[in-house]
Design a protein around this ligand. Structure first.
Ligand code: GLN
Length: 452
C-alpha cells in the first residue's frame, strides 16, 4: 500500500531519491519468514520506513543529497540501518535532504527540492525534508532523520508531524555521513508520539563503533509516551524565544499549548536563558568548522565523482576540479567559513570563542533544569515558507533554526510535536519540548500529553 502511495504522490512531493520495491518486498518476506520460524520480533516488525539518504545502506545507493556521491553504493550498513533491519522494519527507500544535511528547506539538495504536502509551493523543512514529507504525505508511517541544528524538529514542525532529537550520543553516528560530528544526532519521525518513541527505542542505545556513543541504558521513552501525564511537572517557558520576528499564529498556538499543559496539572514558570541569543552565531562557526574537516575526505580518490582525470593532471588538480563540480554553493560556503574559522591566527577569535559560548549555553540549560523539568518554546519562528523565498538569503534561512540550535550545542534531548494550525495560513505549528541530557523520556511524556 505504501509503495502504491509513493507511486501516486511522489512525482509531486519528491520525498524520495531512491525507492526499491523489489528490495523492500524481499525484506518484508524475510520478516515473514522470521516470524514463521517463531522468532520474537519487536513491535515495529513489518512496518515500512523511509530512511534519510545520509545513512549508509549496503543494498541501496547513498548520496547525502550531493552530486559528489552520485551512484555511490556503500559497502556497509550504518548502525541505525542495521538496527532497523534487525527490528524487522522494511526500508522502502532513501529520502531527499539538503546536501550533506546543510540547510532548512531541502532546496540545497543536488537532486531538486522536496515539497510540503500541506502546500506544494512551500518547503517541507530541512535538512530532513524528504523524511518529514514522506510521513506527512502518508508515503511511510515512519522515517529517520538527523538533527545537527534542528534538521528533525524544524521539518517535523512545518509538516505537522512528530520529530525527536535524542540526547547526543544516545543514537549511533556510525555509518552516518558526517556533517558536524559533535552535533549530529539520528532520530525518529512519526505521526504520533508513541510511534516516535517505539522507533527511537528500536535504533538507539550504545554502539561500540561510535566513540561518542553513551554506554548507558536507553531512557524509558516508550513507557513515558504511554504515561502521557504531566500532573505536577514543572514546565519552563523560555523567555528569550517569542516576540519580534515570530509569526503571530505560531505564538497563539504555542501559548494555547502551554495553557493546555497547565490545565492538565503542570506548573508553568517563565525561565530566562540569557545566552541562547548567541547560539545561532556560535553554531555557524562550530558547524562549518567541523564540516570543513569532515568533508576533506571527498577527495576524488576514494568516493564517487572524479573529474578531469585524463592522465595529464596531478592528483591535486583532479581533487580541485572534482570538489568544484561536485559540491553545491551552500556546502562550499560552509567549507570556506569553517576553514577560515579554524585557520591559525583566527582559531582563538572564532572557533575558540564559539566553544566558550557553547559552555555558557550548557550552563543556562543546567541552571534552568534546576528549576523546571522541561523547557518549552515554539519549534520554529514561522510556518513553512514558500520555496525560493529564502534561497538567496542564507541569513534568513539560518533563522529557521533559532529555537532548535541551543539543544544541539548542549547535547540535550528535544522533541517537536504538532500543536495546531496558524490562523494566517492554516499551516502546522510545532511545540518544542526540551529535556536534560538523557531525559529523553520527559520529552515523550509531555509530548504525549499535548497530543491527547
Ligand atoms: N539548518 C541547519 C544548518 O543548515 C541545521 C541542519 C541540520 O540540523 N542538519 O546547518
Amino acid at each position: 500500500a505504501h509503495l502504491d502511495r509513493i507511486a501516486q504522490v511522489d512525482g509531486e512531493v519528491h520525498a524520495f531519491l531512491h525507492v526499491d520495491a523489489e528490495v523492500a518486498l524481499a525484506q518484508a518476506r524475510r520478516v515473514d519468514e522470521r516470524i514463521a520460524r517463531g522468532e520474537s520480533l519487536g513491535p515495529l516488525a513489518g512496518v515500512p520506513i523511509a530512511h534519510k539518504d545520509v545513512f549508509t545502506t549496503a543494498d541501496m545507493p547513498t548520496t547525502a543529497g550531493s552530486k559528489i556521491l552520485e551512484n555511490w553504493r556503500p559497502p556497509y550498513d550504518a548502525t541505525v540501518t542495521g538496527r532497523l533491519r534487525e527490528a524487522g522494519l522494511v526500508i522502502l527507500g532513501k529520502t531527499n535532504l539538503d546536501e550533506f544535511a546543510m540547510g532548512s528547506s531541502t532546496e540545497n539538495s543536488a537532486y531538486g527540492p522536496t515539497r510540503n504536502p500541506w502546500d506544494l509551493n512551500r518547503i517541507p523543512g530541512g535538512s530532513s525534508g524528504g523524511s518529514s514529507a514522506a510521513v506527512s504525505a502518508y508515503e511511510a508511517p515512519l522515517s529517520t532523520g538527523t538533527d545537527t541544528g534542528g534538521s528533525i524538529r524544524q521539518p517535523a514542525a512545518v509538516t505537522g508531524i512528530v520529530g525527536m532529537k535524542p540526547t547526543y550520543g544516545g543514537s549511533s553516528r556510525y555509518g552516518l555521513i558526517a556533517f558536524a560530528s559533535s552535533l549530529d544526532t539520528p532520530g525518529p519521525f512519526a505521526r504520533n508520539v508513541l510511534d516516535a518513541a517505539l522507533l527511537q527505542a528500536a535504533f538507539s542505545g550504545h554502539d561500540p563503533l561510535d566513540s561518542t556513543s553513551i554506554d548507558q541504558p536507553v531512557p524509558p521513552v516508550v513507557e513515558a509516551a504511554r504515561q502521557a501525564d504531566v500532573a505536577g511537572m514543572r514546565i519552563g517557558v523560555v523567555k528569550e524565544f517569542g516576540g519580534e520576528g515570530y509569526q503571530p499564529g505560531v505564538l497563539a498556538r504555542f501559548h494555547e499549548a502551554v495553557e493546555l499543559l497547565e490545565s492538565l496539572g503542570a506548573k508553568v514558570f517563565e525561565v530566562s536563558c540569557p545566552t541562547f541569543g548567541y547560539a545561532l552565531p556560535a553554531y555557524y562557526l562550530i558547524a562549518p568548522s567541523e564540516c570543513s574537516s569532515n568533508l576533506a575526505r571527498f577527495d576524488a580518490m576514494r568516493y564517487g565523482l572524479r573529474v578531469g582525470d585524463d592522465g595529464t593532471r596531478s592528483a591535486e588538480e583532479v581533487m580541485a576540479l572534482t570538489r568544484a563540480a561536485g559540491f553545491g554553493p551552500e556546502v562550499k560556503r560552509r567549507i570556506m567559513l569553517g576553514t577560515y574559522a579554524l585557520s591559525s591566527g583566527y582559531y582563538d577569535a572564532y572557533y575558540g570563542q564559539a566553544q566558550k559560548v557553547r559552555t555558557l549555553i550548557s550552563r543556562d540549560f543546567d541552571a534552568a533544569f534546576q528549576q523546571v523539568d522541561v523547557l518549552v518554546s515554539p519549534t520554529t519562528p514561522t510556518t513553512a515558507f514558500p520555496i525560493g523565498e529564502r534561497a538567496d538569503d542564507p541569513m534568513s534561512m539560518y533563522l529557521a533554526d533559532l529555537c532548535t540550535i541551543p539543544s544541539n550545542l548542549a547535547g540535550n534531548a528535544a522533541i517537536s510535536v504538532p500543536c495546531g494550525l496558524a490562523d494566517e495560513d492554516g499551516l502546522p505549528v510545532g511545540l518544542q519540548i526540551m529535556a536534560p541530557v538523557l531525559g529523553d523520556d520527559r520529552c515523550y511524556r509531555v509530548g504525549a500529553a499535548v497530543e491527547q
